[in-house]
Design a protein around this ligand. Structure first.
Ligand SMILES: [Zn+2]
Ligand SMILES: [Zn+2]
Length: 160
């Protein structure tokens, strides 16, 4: 149940944009929202949430941050050379920000926690049969993620 500290490098699909990760992931989830589908050009995105200060850009000049309209409320860093996501910053509450890192951008995914479920599933284009929870609707998806992140933060507090 306990997530482990991850210290490693991350990069975009083409490798032009890189970032460092030094922190404990809070949750991992599968996002079926339209913005993810468009950006990743895949039916869904596999995303890991870290505390915002755990993830730092190493190549600021190659990344452009774009704010996309909700859902979900994420300021996304896009690589200027491959146009794919590097990582994003997600607002869960007005003063609580998290880094939103595509699992595929991390060098080693073996340390990552198991996904908690599928969110924004009302937008799904590919049926999932893995038995994980499927959350339909914008509000329900945001609530589900907020609850899972809060639970993970509480668990980390008490285990450290
Ligand atoms: Zn790139
Ligand atoms: Zn999404």
């Amino acid at each position: 149940m306990e997530n482990t500290l991850i210290i490693q490098q991350g990069r975009c699909t083409c490798g032009q944009s890189s970032f460092s990760v030094d922190g404990t992931p809070l949750i991992r989830f599968i996002c079926h929202c339209r913005i993810c589908q468009d950006l990743y050009q895949k039916p869904f995105a596999n995303v890991v949430i870290f505390p915002e200060n755990a993830v730092k850009l190493q190549t600021t000049e190659s990344v452009e941050f774009k704010k996309f309209r909700a859902p979900p409320a994420v300021n996304r860093g896009i690589c200027k050379s491959c146009a794919k996501p590097v990582f994003g910053v997600m607002w869960v509450a007005p003063f609580t920000r998290f880094a939103f890192v595509p699992a595929m951008n991390l060098a080693d995914s073996s340390q990552l926690p198991e996904p908690v479920g599928h969110v924004f599933y009302h937008r799904h284009v590919e049926e999932m049969y893995d038995g994980m929870p499927k959350i339909n609707g914008y509000v329900a998806s945001q609530l589900f993620l907020s609850q899972k992140i809060c639970m993970s933060m509480v668990l980390q507090k008490f285990s450290s």
